[in-house]
Ligand binder design. Structure first.
Ligand code: COA
Length: 272
């Protein structure tokens, strides 16, 4: 029987979901619009808004991988441009209001890895930026081409991109609309690693699986602390880190981690 609390049992029109098939406790949500290079339309956005919280709440999931379906031959080719044509400012204002998918991913309590399997453009680039780590296929092309349409990045790109790559590189990408290849994206810090066919999935799921073995509480606190570095002054950030660090000393997982170290065995973290 299907269980509404399990991501593995959820059915979507534009998402394909796998839980545990690639690595233990790792879920993959693949955006699947093969005829539109996996562009983000209203259905994809609302289904992602349902799938991400479901992944967070599901005990079987400790790391989420977000990707474009390989069949779509892209990660995500941006917002669906056909939806832009008749949209006025008022309607766009409603769509831009929170909660929206970029912040839902960034704020997720579990780590989210972007498997950048191809073009990550506009909203697709912003989706990748909202994830915690980005692993790109060498075929990926990445950029913020909104300026070519007479608009600008609106999914957090003017804020997250400079925090990842610095103001100058962000300006260059957003003002020119130029696309860069995966190697250049890695050089400027827009993706963390680049792999070819032979090692791409192996590495994505090796990394996801490695992270999924850790304490979920420690993972969440680490994510929160690192994210805080982008919005807090150094002093406040150091205090916040100390607060979270101290709290971990009361967890079962800390006891288990230390015990496993001395007993020379692998720890079994329960997230408590
Ligand atoms: N929104 C809606 N449809 C899109 C789309 C988008 N962002 N990106 C691609 N598509 C559609 C194309 O219109 C095309 O549809 P069709 O077969 O009905 O004509 C289909 O996906 C395949 O795209 P195509 O351009 O033929 O593929 P390609 O391999 O030659 O190029 C891209 C791929 C991603 C480089 C190209 O599609 C592109 O530049 N897309 C727009 C990117 C963009 O500007 N995004 C920012 C939006 S803010």
């Amino acid at each position: 029987m299907s269980d509404p609390d399990r991501l593995a049992d959820a059915e979507y029109e534009t998402l394909r979901v796998d839980v545990g098939g690639e690595a233990d406790r790792v879920a993959t949500v693949a955006i699947s619009r093969p005829d539109a290079r996996n562009a983000l339309n209203a259905t994809v956005r609302s289904e992602l808004m349902a799938a991400v919280p479901l992944a967070e709440a599901d005990d079987a999931v400790r790391v989420l991988v977000i990707t474009g379906d390989d069949e779509g031959r892209a990660f995500v080719a941006g917002a669906d441009i056909t939806e832009f044509a008749d949209r006025d400012g008022l309607e766009q204002r409603r769509i831009s209001e929170r909660p929206r998918i970029y912040e839902t991913i960034a704020d997720a309590s579990i780590p989210v890895i972007a498997r950048v399997n191809g073009h990550a453009l506009g909203g697709g680039c912003e989706l990748a930026q909202a994830c915690d780590v980005r692993i790109a296929h060498e075929r990926a092309k990445i950029g913020q081409p909104e300026i070519n349409l007479g608009i600008m990045p609106g999914g957090g790109g003017t804020q997250r991109l400079p925090r990842l790559v610095g103001t100058g590189q962000a300006m260059k990408l957003a003002l020119s609309g130029e696309l860069i290849d995966a190697t250049e994206a890695a050089d400027i810090g827009l993706v963390e690693e680049v792999h070819g066919d032979g090692t791409f999935d192996e590495r994505v799921y090796e990394l996801a699986g490695t992270i999924a073995e850790k304490s979920p509480v420690a993972l969440e606190f680490t994510k929160r602390a690192v994210q805080a570095s982008a919005r807090m002054p150094m002093d406040g950030g150091i205090d916040y880190e100390a607060e979270l660090f101290t709290t971990l000393f009361d967890t079962e997982d800390k006891r288990e981690g230390i015990a496993a170290f001395f007993e020379d065995r692998e720890p079994e973290f329960e997230g408590r």
